[in-house]
Design a binder for this molecule. Structure first.
Ligand code: NDP
Length: 290
């Protein structure tokens, strides 16, 4: 039976460490590391995500703000709010909850973010710096959490064949880069990939971030492989990943459960990125708007 990559227990440890680090930083700076969640409209999935982030932040003694704009806000109104938060000294991280309404120019909103406050690593400056491994940058908390979980369990990257299924800017692409930077050989698959199973069956490390329950079955997993499931799907009211856990666990050497795998570590990484943003902004002095 595969080793369970337990994200809950790692997340607990990380949260305790980050809480202690944040308290130490607060004593020096007189501030509390704080995130602001910005959304337009009150979609239930966004509200549920916001509740979960609030819980994580408040339990760890971090600050949390929530800004909800009307669903009919135009691009200019959303950008104006981003600019206000950029200039707000008490806010260190800004998370734009997606999706924004279809009529809002998402790229323009993201580009308005102060890259230092972009704790989800979506601004092109952060994405570009990750690509080039140059200077300081934030990395999206989900792929960062996945890598942190693998490192915690001593999974070896160097020379491993890593197959990433999914190529979004928020999970698949940054994850592929993080693996590449750790000297894995990386294959990225997507909806137009032919013969997905032939590729996944070769993977030493198989990472799946698609959003389709049961996409990966046991027969698509190489015996002994490490399987990391980022998927969030609700089937008959039950949270499941993209990997058929039971059949994959029979072949894998190590596997993340859903729930309790990548999700809790993602939440801890958002604390990490917010504290990192607070420190970087603090080093720049009073004016944290640029
Ligand atoms: P997106 O919808 O942005 O991207 C999905 C990706 O999957 C796309 O690249 C798409 O390909 C690819 N894809 C779709 N169908 C297939 C298929 N049949 N075979 C192979 N690839 C396919 O999703 P996200 O990246 O934002 O999220 C992915 C999953 O991860 C979701 O379930 C989401 O809820 C979850 N998630 C989990 C988090 C966590 O903390 N664990 C945090 C954030 C997200 P193409 O590019 O060609 O369209």
């Amino acid at each position: 039976m595969a080793t369970l990559l337990d994200g809950r227990s790692l997340a607990r440890t990380l949260r305790e460490q980050l809480q202690a680090e944040a308290e130490a930083w607060s004593r020096l700076s007189g501030q509390v590391p704080t995130i602001a969640l910005l959304r337009a409209g009150a979609d239930e999935a966004l509200l549920s995500h916001a509740r979960s982030v609030r819980r994580t932040f408040e339990r760890a003694g971090f600050g949390f703000q929530e800004i909800e704009l009307p669903a009919d806000s135009d691009t200019e109104a959303v950008i104006a709010e981003v600019c206000r938060l950029n200039g707000e000294r008490s806010v260190h991280g800004i998370l734009i909850q997606e999706p924004l309404p279809a009529h809002v120019d998402q790229n323009a909103v993201v580009e308005a973010l102060n890259p230092l406050k972009d704790v989800d690593g979506v601004h092109p400056l952060n994405a570009g710096r990750l690509l080039q491994q140059r200077g300081r940058y934030h990395v999206s908390s989900t792929p960062l959490g996945g890598i942190t979980l693998l490192e915690h369990y001593g999974i070896s990257f160097q020379g491993a064949l890593a197959v990433v299924v999914g190529r979004s800017n928020i999970v698949g692409k940054p994850l592929a880069l993080l693996l590449l930077h750790r000297h894995a050989t990386v294959v990225v698959c997507h909806s137009r990939t032919k013969e997905l199973a032939e590729l996944t069956r070769q993977a030493d490390i198989l990472c799946v971030a698609v959003g389709r329950a049961g996409l990966i079955t046991g027969e698509m997993v190489k015996p002994g492989a490490t399987v990391v499931d980022f998927g969030i799907n609700f089937v008959d009211g039950r949270l499941v990943g993209d990997v058929d856990f039971d059949s994959a666990a029979e072949r894998a050497g190590a596997i993340t459960p859903v729930p309790g795998g990548t999700g809790p570590v993602t939440a801890a990484m958002l604390l990490h990125n917010t504290l990192q943003a607070a420190r970087w902004l603090g080093e720049r002095g009073e004016d944290n708007a640029a």
